[in-house]
Write a protein that binds this ligand. Structure first.
Ligand code: 5AD
Length: 320
């Protein structure tokens, strides 16, 4: 069967009563295009300072009750080394938008990681100028994650008082032209979001075109303006991941952490996903990186890597 992947077609597919034929098709396309490998990435959340006021995010600048931290370059490098030693070959360095880490300093950290390991380095540090993205690319950064969050201009504006969708998309296009493997993504279940908006989200991934896309359910955080909103559905999120697989057969699609928070651990890989991230953030900081509420286990880098590898093998897939 050939699903209709136009804007109207996508919106209709999302609303199907029985989505199982699409899951099967997404799984087939995933297997054919990227095989059975599940890539395990180490995620280090190195600063929870953020200058932005995004309405949904627990790290938003106006939040005064949250203790803020910054890891020193030495702490960052020690965490990265621990991950490298147990087999991780990609490190994702994520933070709020925190100008304390100048692109020069970040670049030095990236260079040191590339000098001492053979890890791929992914950055997720928000919107920067072309010059800064270029400097980080030159320092050795391989990939950049910058989710567009929502492709609807009005919804984008209502959630992001200090930015525009156009600026966001410009950053993504810049990252592509600089040779980064570029990741975008969006949240599912934002207040006011319709199936048509999700169709636009999916088509924007294709338009950029993204090498990676993180699609996760919106989870209301009690210390944000969206505290009383309903959480996004895990099922609808998985449907979006499956459709992203059909639109971008070779993309790296993580089963997002937010999705595992919403449960169904075994099924998160069934509809097209081929990547998973594990937080390696030290315990002293981990619970302060509270983008959305989640019960987090203590970090145990070797044990958690091993457990995840076993879980992936039990699903008939191949951890890498
Ligand atoms: N619920 C779900 N996802 C969120 N993010 C931020 N806040 C929330 C929330 N309340 C996601 C955004 C961001 C990523 C780091 O986390 O998509 O890009």
């Amino acid at each position: 069967m050939t699903p209709d992947l136009s804007r109207e077609g996508l919106a209709q597919l999302l609303a199907l009563e029985d989505f199982s034929p699409i899951y099967e098709e997404a799984d087939r396309v995933r297997k054919e295009a990227v095989g059975d490998t599940v890539h395990i990435r180490a995620l280090l959340e190195f600063s929870n300072h953020c200058r932005r006021k995004c309405a949904y995010c627990g790290l938003r600048a106006p939040r005064k009750d949250l203790p803020r931290y910054r890891m020193t370059p030495e702490e960052i490098l020690a965490s990265v080394r621990s991950a490298f030693e147990v087999g991780y070959r990609t490190i994702v360095l994520q933070s709020g938008e925190d100008p304390w880490y100048t692109p020069k300093l970040l670049g030095e950290i990236v260079q040191e990681i590339k000098r001492t390991t053979d890890m791929a380095v992914t950055l997720g540090c928000g919107e920067l100028s072309r010059e800064d993205y270029a400097l980080l690319r030159q320092a050795g950064a391989d990939r950049y994650l910058l989710k567009h969050e929502t492709a609807d201009e009005d919804l984008y504006q209502s959630l992001h008082p200090d930015g525009t969708l156009r600026e966001r998309v410009n950053c993504l296009r810049t990252l592509k032209t600089l040779g980064y493997e570029t990741g975008s993504g969006f949240m599912v279940g934002l207040p006011g979001q319709t199936p048509d908006v999700l169709a636009k989200d999916l088509l924007l991934l294709k338009d950029i075109p993204c090498d990676m896309a993180g699609i996760g359910p919106f989870l209301p955080h009690p210390e944000t303006p969206l505290r009383d909103a309903a959480p996004g559905s895990a099922e609808l999120t998985r449907r979006c991941v499956a459709l992203a697989r059909l639109l971008l057969p070779r993309a790296n699609l993580p089963a997002t952490t937010a999705l595992t928070v919403r449960g169904d651990n075994g099924r998160v890989f069934s509809g097209g996903a081929n990547v998973v991230m594990r937080k390696i953030t030290p315990n002293a900081y981990k619970r302060q990186y509270e983008i959305y509420p989640a019960a987090l286990p203590d970090t145990d880098i070797p044990a958690q890597r091993k457990l995840l590898e076993d879980q992936i093998r039990a699903l008939g897939r191949v951890p890498l």
